[in-house]
Design a protein around this ligand. Structure first.
Ligand code: PMP
Length: 426
């Protein structure tokens, strides 16, 4: 059977040319298993990369490669300028505010990704600030990377973790959150958008209540930055983390935004080159933020390509991308509901880009394997959110997650695949 991508019969948003967006992604132009056009619906795990990002990466290695911050020579200075210019671009991308007369971009710390950003905050701010009797409030829908670093630091400091429960729709129980807040709460760490359910959490309200109780707030923005226009100043977050590879950028790079006052007071994360002011065997002093947190040769090429990804996404119009993905998610939700015995997991009123479900008694892995043979890439399993799966009393789900380049034909292929799964597994 020759499978070709059908043309879109109806555009979701007249203002948004999804065909043109899609054409920017070389990986999406391929067929799998000889004749199955790739339908990529695993965007919450990682997104594909537009040509502009690939070109920036290869361009850097082709002509510009040099170490940053240490050289007087042309290439080193050029690389340093490009590396630092991306900091300004990322500050603008998330709406980081100026602080205490210092520019916004000094609050942008490069990390390996969201995971390392959270570990950095736990190992520095957490180790310095938490003590016995203190509490860290996490939601039941956190990714493991916003649970385990806090468990480890709580074990070490004697602080305790408390949980904000979720409803069966997959929304946070706000009253329970408010009840659990107290003068013991030192930190609330929540995800902006759930990677397993797509729930968009009311971060502004969470921050307001947490601040009233005197707690700081860390927001995991791994799943929000690629899909929603984000303004950290409006959200009021004290820390905000995200990953480059989920927003059309390279792997191995991410960002921690932190309020200047907090970053200044935090001890360094790792020791080494570039994070120091002066070193002697008697006394070492540290560089100013953000360099205090960036020991060693950083991931220069990925920083530079991350800048290209942010520029590319901004050019598409983030509110337009949001509208497109929202309409597509509504379409996908409706279409998937046509299938017998489907159970949607996560039906929050505010959602972004994620459709998680179970198909009767079919094991998610079996469904994922059948879909794969049809060229449809989805994720199956617990999505690194086991406590959340426990709430729903399930081991995992099938997760289709959308991005700016997906369209109705992708959803139609998913539905066709699910019908086949239904037929095969009765
Ligand atoms: N938080 C959320 C909500 C995520 O979806 C992910 C990635 N699945 C992470 C954190 C971890 O991101 P990374 O693996 O890029 O560090």
């Amino acid at each position: 059977m020759e499978a070709t991508r059908p043309k879109q019969e109806a555009v979701l948003d007249a203002d948004y040319d999804v065909e043109a967006v899609r054409a920017a992604f070389p990986a999406l132009q391929q067929d799998l298993y000889d004749d199955q056009p790739l339908v990529y619906l695993d965007n919450a795990a990682t997104t594909q990369k537009p040509q502009a990002v690939i070109d920036r990466l290869t361009g850097y290695y082709t002509r510009e490669n040099a170490n940053v911050h240490r050289g007087v020579h042309f290439l080193s200075q050029q690389a340093s300028d490009a590396y630092e210019a991306v900091r300004e671009r990322m500050a603008d991308f998330i709406g980081a505010p100026e602080a205490g007369g210092r520019p916004a971009h000094e609050q942008i710390v490069y990390t390996r990704g969201t995971t390392e950003a959270i570990n950095l905050v736990a190992a520095t701010w957490g180790r310095a600030e938490l003590q016995e009797g203190d509490e860290v409030l996490l939601s039941q829908m956190e990714h493991h990377s916003n649970i385990v670093p806090w468990q480890r630091i709580c074990e070490e400091t004697g602080a305790q973790i408390k949980i904000i429960p979720v409803t069966d729709r997959g929304e946070l129980v706000f009253e329970a959150f408010e009840k659990r807040l107290s003068e013991r709460t030192k930190l609330v760490a929540v995800t902006h958008v759930s990677n397993a359910l797509g729930t968009i959490n009311p971060v502004e309200e969470i921050v307001r209540a947490a601040h009233e109780a005197g707690a700081k707030v860390l927001v995991d923005g791994a799943q929000s930055v690629p899909h929603l226009p984000v303004d950290v100043e409006a959200l009021g977050a004290d820390f905000f983390c995200f990953s480059g590879h989920k927003m059309y950028g390279p792997t191995g790079i991410g960002v921690l935004y932190g309020r200047r006052r907090l970053l200044d007071a935090m001890p360094p994360y790792q020791g080494g080159g570039d994070m120091i002011d002066e070193v002697s065997f008697e006394d070492t002093t540290y560089a100013e933020v953000p360099h205090k947190f960036e020991a060693g040769t950083p991931n220069i090429s990925s920083v530079i390509a991350l800048g290209a990804a942010a520029a590319w996404l901004k050019e598409q119009g983030r509110p337009r991308v949001r509208r497109h993905e929202k309409a597509l998610l509504e379409y996908a939700t409706e279409r998937v509901r046509e299938i017998d015995d489907i159970r949607l997991v996560g039906t929050a009123r505010e959602k972004a880009s994620v459709l998680s479900f179970l198909l009767g008694d079919v094991h998610p892995y079996d469904a994922g394997t059948v879909l794969d043979r049809m060229g449809v890439a989805v994720r199956t399993g617990h999505h690194c959110a086991q406590p959340l799966m426990e709430h729903f009393s399930i081991p995992g789900t099938v997760r289709a997650s959308l991005a700016c380049y997906n369209d109705r034909s992708d959803v139609d292929r998913l539905v066709e695949g699910l019908r086949k799964v239904r037929r095969m597994f009765g």
